[in-house]
Design a binder for this molecule. Structure first.
Ligand code: ADP
Length: 461
């Protein structure tokens, strides 16, 4: 079997046309079967030709000898040539045997191998081509046998064999031959169809199984990843709550130390206040997240003046930026009278202040600038929108993390070396709010140079 497979493969590689390997499923199997039949039939033809041609010369059957030789030449040509396509090879192969059988039948009757060849070739055609082609070959056989039979009463054929039986007997034999020929072709093609059907079914089941196991694997990875992030989030959360808590408890006990200087007292109170703010911030974020996750977050759309909001954020966060020695500025893209939009003011404030707070947190030198521009409606954009930006010259974000930072718990990932104070929830909350307000958020950033966060809001006055 190993050598046979090698022989088939050698033929496919060297003599068959390239269209064989391109097809898949049943057509591919049929082509491969044809090649197997062909390369088995070819040496048999060569071997069979020698005694046949000797017999033809001895019995002076010249016509049979000529057709035998012609058939061998045609079969050899299509066997070794790469030019004809696989379908042409099938047609020429079948036609050669049918013509040869017809000649043999006319000259030798049922004494020769013609009837067997005619029956076999229609079965082979059904196997390596199609049911339709098989039935066409049965029809051809019918025509060939009928033509030869109609020649009998006119005495055009002088083969002794035909003359042994009266015409009426032939009229009985021929339909039986044809009927059995058709029966075998139909039985074989039905078997092939059923095998193909179960093969396709099995293949689709295999594909389904493969897809399901892939989905399962993805779900498993997701669950593991989410589990890992949640553990990391809890670890970070505990740190985020403990740090200000320790600050509050530690410095309040220091406050009660006797003989505390006025300066130290003020410094301790300021630390306690900052720690309290930090605690409050984290509790707010947890509340927001749980509302977003449970779908309880509501919206309150009102008319708000964007310029006022931007200026409010600027004034609120300016001291923080100044403490770090960063230049801090804003720019409004619309005059105050037209800077009015219908949106949820609280959410807008939360988004903008979060982005600006992050910019301050992740910038140690340079500048921070924020503001917005009007992007009018155009063929690519149905409604006009306000495009906000917050630019900083901070530490920047590596390209492979720019997408992840908008997801929950991501900063909480303990591997995150960029992480500073914070629970990694701010951008997720901001993105959730922006989604609710029908906007988009994205970031452009280069590590070491800085980042610009953009978000849009529909401009509906
Ligand atoms: P957190 O509130 O903990 O800072 P965020 O969700 O707001 O969490 O931000 C997630 C992560 O995005 C941060 O850990 C940080 O790595 C990155 N990031 C956010 N803003 C900036 C910025 N302006 N510059 C650099 N990195 C930033």
């Amino acid at each position: 079997m190993k050598y046979w497979d090698k022989y088939v493969q050698y033929y496919i590689d060297h003599y068959s046309t390239p269209d064989v390997s391109r097809e898949e499923g049943l057509p591919y199997l049929r082509n491969k079967l044809f090649i197997s039949i062909f390369i088995l039939a070819f040496p048999i033809c060569v071997i069979a030709y020698i005694p046949s041609i000797i017999a033809c010369i001895r019995t002076e059957q010249l016509i049979i000898g000529i057709f035998d030789t012609l058939s061998l030449l045609v079969i050899s040509y299509i066997f070794f040539s790469r030019t004809p396509g696989i379908n042409t090879k099938k047609i020429v192969f079948s036609a050669t045997f049918i013509i040869l059988s017809a000649i043999l039948f006319a000259y030798m009757g049922t004494k020769g191998p013609s009837i067997v060849i005619l029956l076999c070739i229609s079965v082979l055609i059904t196997l390596f081509q199609s049911k339709k082609a098989g039935l066409v070959s049965v029809a051809l056989n019918t025509i060939i046998i009928s033509v030869i039979m109609t020649m009998l009463p006119f005495k055009s054929i002088h083969v002794e064999f035909f003359l042994e039986y009266p015409l009426i007997s032939w009229i009985g034999i021929v339909p039986n031959l044809i009927a059995f020929n058709a029966l075998v072709v139909l039985a074989v093609s039905t078997l092939v169809d059923q095998l193909n059907e179960s093969f396709l079914k099995e293949k689709s089941l295999q594909l389904q199984l493969k897809k399901e196991s892939q989905d399962l694997l993805i779900a498993k990875h997701k669950a593991e990843e989410s589990d890992r992030l949640k553990s990391a989030f809890l670890a970070n959360m505990s740190h985020e709550i403990r740090t200000p808590m320790n600050g509050i408890l530690g410095f309040s006990s220091l406050l009660s130390s006797p003989g505390l200087a006025q300066e130290d007292q003020q410094a301790y109170i300021s630390i306690i206040q900052k720690s309290g703010d930090r605690m409050l911030n984290i509790i707010d974020e947890i509340m927001d997240i749980s509302k977003i996750e449970s779908g309880l977050m509501t919206m309150s759309i009102k008319e708000i003046n964007i310029n006022e909001q931007v200026e409010y954020v600027y004034n609120l966060l300016k001291p923080q930026a100044e403490t770090k020695g960063i230049s801090f500025s804003f720019e409004n893209g619309l005059p105050v009278e037209t800077a009015v939009v219908n949106t949820d003011g609280e959410k807008f404030y939360a988004i903008l202040s979060n982005l600006v707070k992050n910019a301050i947190k992740y910038t140690d030198r340079g500048w921070i600038k924020f503001g917005y521009d009007l992007r009018p409606a155009n063929p690519g954009r149905e409604t006009a929108e306000l495009e906000f930006y917050v630019t900083d010259t901070g530490i920047g974000i590596p390209a492979d993390r720019q997408h992840a930072i908008f997801e929950r718990f991501i900063q909480a990932d303990i591997d995150d070396v960029q992480a500073r104070q914070g629970a990694g929830l701010g951008l997720y909350i901001a993105k959730s709010y922006i989604d609710m307000l029908n906007g988009r958020i994205w970031v452009e950033s280069e590590p070491g140079k800085g980042s610009t966060f953009y978000f849009t809001l529909p401009y509906r006055r």
